[in-house]
Design a protein around this ligand. Structure first.
Ligand code: NAD
Ligand code: TYD
Length: 345
């Protein structure tokens, strides 16, 4: 059996990838390493936790001993999702972003250097592979026209995107310096089930459902390129297995929407009035527009998103309606305190 370490597998995208991997590769043993921060929740994986090919390990990607032990036991694949992922939190407290996203990634890369380097020139050994899951936000902000390609210079504007760019650059450097089999993907904004309700779409759905104001930053005309989480995960599986080490692959939906369009769509779907919309102070350094050119994924692998946004967003809204218990569970505790700091009581 092949062994795959998935870090951050109790989060939004990582959990989708864990589920997809167990389904798509029944001959893989999946290890999910997750620190269970406020954003990680094992209830998200309740449906697969008894799968004999799945094992959960609670721990930090920055924990040297633990990561060493996992690599020492032999790994064929590593996919690193573990991260602090929310821009607003990176503005109120950047340090943990540097710690997890940069130092944590470096710890994984060091373990790969220690355990994988000796394997590289051994005949008849299957070379393992590491995939760094990154974001289009490392490219900075676009004006009205143009797209991010893999050649766009990195110009991160928030502590979150700067820390992700730092991790990308370390991944690049460990490939160039040590020749390790490392790959990087940069994806646009994801939507779908199990997204933590501090991010735009689930936050707006939940506020609308409970008749709370919908806080729209600035003029609401910032643009994001939305991709269904399962399309992202399918693309990651392809890059992990077929990508060329050292390469970067952009993943996106060619599906640009202004925030205010999404907010109004959610209100319409839930039959709630637009009077719930509340324009609030803009996010400092708020990137205006993200848009991915995913031409390389199409050219190299024939990859295209499969989900149609109009259908996917309806299903996502329906999922949140039917899974209020999950929402209540992840919103308890730490998240509630964060919400009050960010938006007041
Ligand atoms: P998330 O915040 O929902 O999940 C992050 C997971 O990582 C959580 O389960 C958390 O417990 C875990 N974690 C945090 N710190 C850890 C640590 N030190 N050690 C081990 N586990 C830790 O995030 P997400 O939206 O699922 O994003 C996953 C990855 O994809 C991130 O690297 C993010 O930068 C990237 N990404 C996200 C998007 C998006 O739209 N959400 C888009 C592109 C790329
Ligand atoms: P978010 O989901 O935080 O993702 P990112 O900033 O990483 O793209 O935000 C998506 C967009 O929605 C972004 O332009 C900021 C905006 N936004 C709001 O207008 N109000 C909110 O309460 C949140 C969380 C986001």
């Amino acid at each position: 059996m092949k062994k795959i370490l998935i870090t951050g597998g109790a989060g939004f995208i990582g959990s989708c990838f864990v589920r997809q991997t167990l389904q798509k590769h029944p001959d893989y043993q999946v290890i999910n390493l997750d620190a269970l921060t406020y954003a990680g929740n094992l209830e998200t994986l309740a449906d697969i936790e008894k799968n004999p090919n799945y094992r959960f390990v609670k721990g930090d990607i920055g924990d040297k001993n633990l990561v060493d032990k996992l690599f020492a036991a032999g790994l064929d694949y590593v996919v690193n999702f573990a991260a602090e992922s929310h821009v607003d939190r990176s503005i109120s407290g950047p340090e943990i972003f540097v710690q997890t996203n940069i130092l944590g990634t470096q710890n994984l890369l060091e373990a790969a250097r220690k355990y994988w380097l000796p394997l590289l020139n051994v005949a008849e050994t299957t070379v393992p592979r590491y995939l760094q899951v990154s974001t289009d936000e490392v490219y900075g902000s676009l004006g009205l026209a143009g797209y991010f390609t893999e050649e766009t210079p990195l110009q991160p504007n928030s502590p979150y995107s700067a820390s992700k760019a730092g991790a990308d650059l370390l991944t690049r450097a460990y490939f160039h310096t040590f020749g390790l089999p490392l790959l990087t993907t940069r994806c646009s904004n994801n939507y779908g089930p199990y997204q933590f309700p501090e991010k735009l779409i689930p936050l707006m759905i939940n506020n609308a459902l409970t008749d709370q104001p919908l806080p729209v930053y600035g003029d609401g005309r910032n643009v994001r390129d939305w991709l269904h989480v399962s399309d992202h995960c399918e693309a990651l599986d392809i890059v992990l297995h077929q990508g060329v080490p050292g390469e970067v692959y952009n993943i996106g939906g060619h599906n640009e929407k202004e925030n205010i369009y999404l907010v109004k769509l959610i209100l319409r779907e839930l039959k709630k009035p637009e009077t719930l919309i509340k324009y609030v102070q803009d996010r400092p350094g708020h990137d205006r527009r993200y848009a991915i050119d995913a031409g390389k994924m199409a050219k190299c692998f024939g990859w295209q998103p499969r989900r149609v946004f109009e259908q996917g967003i309806k299903e996502t809204i329906q999922w949140y309606l039917e899974n209020q218990k999950w929402v209540a569970s992840v919103k308890s505790g730490d998240y509630q305190k964060y919400y009050e700091r960010q938006y007041g009581k």
